[in-house]
Design a protein around this ligand. Structure first.
Ligand code: NAD
Length: 469
């Protein structure tokens, strides 16, 4: 039973939900679902634990380093859980767990580097006898609400900075992938985190809403859809949030690009985790002069992607979250096809597995182009003038990440200013994330930044202290 962790105790919820293997459907563990009353009790306990435990940066460093070592030691166990809950193929599962170890280690290191700054009080006339400096203090109780598509690394990107900052953290993982979080909490406690400083609550929107409604929570670190992000922000009022939301990511390939590299990177960026990645390449813009060559290479590469049963070692594209999710994406493809789009490859579904799909002759008003598809589907567009590609990529409500392939350093530098996204990656596709970097969006993709150093800062308060002497 995947229990709840409240006040350092593993407890039952008010009901139970049977979890099943994402691909085979075989029964896994049961999940204890929290009640709204348990949410209130959990916040009380988290606040009490925060008040009772003041961990030093050194304590936090040692706890998070040990946690990194424990996840590394139990790599196979974590990989098994992530694989069962998500249906991700081995390559994605290895990546998820390997990156988690790095994220924990980075948070451990950053925990020792948290500093305020001196304020030059004497820069104001007549203030020779005052000094001022800031100190970084934890916020108190931080709540992490996480999505289904990264049951370990995105969870750690919220929990570990919260610990590094000295907060108490309440985790509500996605109700679709709760089991991995249980093992993560066990690791943190075994690594020395005082039990009350980590709380685990399982459940869906009702539990999320109860957490948002509790005014004792100081900060919400949320990753998920834009719709839910807007609801959380509305409920959080003046309390601080970090919102990592949806996206329609674009990647642009200029005619002077290294085509072979661009094809390889776009394929891996568009189809890993069956396209269920917030920065997955949904819109691909290719300069007309190379479009025919590029498309030939891309179609060949996508056609050769092994897809289907994630337990086969060669599989690259596994199932989506559910048959319904795959069917919804297929409906959008068929709708686009009926409106004139060409299916270059894919466009079929078996159970929750959608064949890797490439579409051409698409228009901006088709759902495959103008709504987040979150599926192994990529739309090919051609452009003549680079400004056209910038305008098209910028013309969505989102702005999380973009990629651009060019060998021209001038284009590389100006793209950084012209593409309105949280990140612009040159000679990488849009999903070129490395855990050390600041990560987050603009517009409907949210605000605030993940990345150990940046998230820790967001989860602390910079308090000013001045002294007259
Ligand atoms: P979701 O928004 O449906 O759910 C995310 C979490 O919010 C879950 O834990 C869910 O139980 C909870 N939740 C649902 N309703 C709630 C409410 N009213 N109040 C509080 N909590 C609530 O997202 P999902 O389907 O799990 O994940 C897919 C989405 O996440 C996509 O839109 C994707 O782009 C986005 N995502 C973004 C990033 C990023 O870094 N920007 C990364 C991964 C996923």
């Amino acid at each position: 039973m995947a229990k709840l962790l409240i006040a350092g105790q593993w407890v039952h919820g008010s009901s139970e939900q049977q979890m099943t293997h994402r691909y085979s459907g075989e029964a896994l563990d049961k999940m204890a679902v929290a009640s709204v009353e348990q949410v209130a009790a959990a916040v009380t306990a988290a606040q009490a634990a925060f008040d009772a435990n003041a961990l030093t940066p050194s304590d936090r460093y040692h706890i998070l380093s040990r946690a990194a070592a424990l996840v590394q030691e139990r790599r196979e166990q974590f990989m098994g859980l992530v694989s069962a809950e998500t249906g991700f193929p081995r390559v994605d599962v290895e990546n998820e767990v390997g990156r988690t170890v790095q994220t924990l280690q980075l948070c451990a290191e950053e925990a020792r580097r948290v500093v305020g700054e001196m304020v030059p009080m004497d820069a104001a006339p007549g203030l020779k006898d005052r000094i001022g400096f800031t100190v970084m203090v934890p916020l108190g109780v931080v709540c992490a609400i996480t999505p289904f598509n990264s049951p370990l690394n995105v969870v750690v990107h919220k929990v570990a900075p919260a610990v590094a900052a000295g907060n108490a953290v309440i985790l509500k993982p996605s109700e679709h992938v709760p089991l991995t979080s249980v093992e993560l909490c066990k690791v943190l406690i075994e690594a020395g985190l005082p039990p009350g400083l980590i709380t685990l609550l399982h459940g869906g929107p009702q539990i999320g809403r109860a957490l948002v409604a509790d005014p004792r929570i100081a900060f919400y670190a949320f990753t998920g859809s834009t719709r839910v992000g807007k609801e959380i922000q509305a409920g959080a009022g003046l309390r601080r949030t970090q919102l990592e939301l949806g996206s329609i990511a674009s990647t642009i390939v200029c005619e002077d690009a290294d085509l072979r590299a661009a094809v390889a990177k776009c394929v891996s960026a568009g189809f890993r985790k069956a396209g269920q990645v917030c920065t997955s390449v949904q819109r691909l813009y290719v300069q007309r002069g190379i479009a025919s060559d590029f498309t030939k290479q891309l179609v060949a590469a996508v056609r050769s992607l092994p897809y289907g049963d994630p337990s086969k070692p060669e599989t690259i594209v596994g199932p989506m979250l559910s048959v319904e999710h795959a069917q919804r994406a297929l409906d959008w493809i068929l709708e686009a096809q009926a409106a004139g789009a060409e299916v270059l490859c894919g466009g079929t579904r078996t159970g929750a597995v959608l064949a890797p799909t490439l579409l051409a002759n698409v228009r901006d008003d088709m759902k495959v182009m103008c709504q987040e598809i979150f599926a192994p589907v990529m739309c090919l567009n051609e452009f003549d003038d680079l400004q056209q590609a910038y305008d098209a990529a910028n013309a969505t409500p989102f702005g999380l990440a973009a990629g651009l392939f060019t060998s021209n350093v001038g284009i590389a530098l100006s793209a950084g200013r012209k593409l309105r996204f949280g990140a612009v990656h040159i000679n990488e596709a849009s999903s070129a994330r490395v855990d050390v970097m600041p990560f987050g969006g603009v517009k409907d993709s949210g605000f605030g930044r993940e990345g150990p150093r940046y998230a820790i800062k967001e989860m602390m308060e910079e308090r000013l202290l001045t002294i007259r002497y």
